[in-house]
Design a protein around this ligand. Structure first.
Ligand SMILES: Nc1nc2c(ncn2[C@@H]2O[C@H](COP(=O)(O)OP(=O)(O)OP(=O)(O)O)[C@@H](O)[C@H]2O)c(=O)[nH]1
Ligand SMILES: [Mg+2]
Length: 124
């Protein structure tokens, strides 16, 4: 399951994993997208969940029972780190998520001025 604030780049990330292609033509996700991606003998079933405030309460439903959660952060958007931190910790405090592996992915690090990893760790 891929979650994180709106415009952090979740759908773009899943597109790149799925088709190896980057597109500027990405629209904000409504609710969620489901995508199956095959890599060798592995099939990834990916929930790409919407990040706008009204959808955040459904994250838990898509994270509950998965093999891993990826929390995507826009490492350029420092003003949203506090909100990202709040939402991440809110999600992790759900009893249903106990023991689920988590990857925090600092995205948009192609842009000049993005927060380095240790700043992201501190902020989140
Ligand atoms: N420079 C740069 N831009 C990115 C990157 N990833 C995504 N973007 C841009 O960020 C914007 C939002 O990307 P989306 O993939 O739609 O973000 P999202 O997290 O799926 O957003 P929601 O579906 O609304 O939750 C788009 O304009 C993307 O082109 C990246 O790694 N670098
Ligand atoms: Mg999206």
């Amino acid at each position: 399951s891929v979650v994180g604030l709106q415009a952090s780049g979740k759908t773009s990330f899943v597109n790149v994993i799925g088709s190896g292609q980057w597109s500027e033509e990405v629209v904000p996700t409504v609710a969620f997208n489901f995508r199956k991606v095959r890599r060798g003998n592995v099939t990834l079933k990916i929930w790409d969940v919407a990040g706008q405030p009204r959808y955040r309460s459904i994250w838990e439903r898509y994270c509950n029972g998965v093999d891993a959660v990826i929390f995507v952060v826009d490492s350029m958007d420092k003003e949203k780190f506090d909100t990202a931190r709040f939402e991440l910790h809110q999600l992790l405090s759900q009893p249903t998520l106990e023991g689920v592996p988590l990857l925090v992915l600092g995205n948009k690090n192609d842009l000049d001025g993005h927060a380095p990893v240790n700043e992201l760790i501190k902020a989140l």
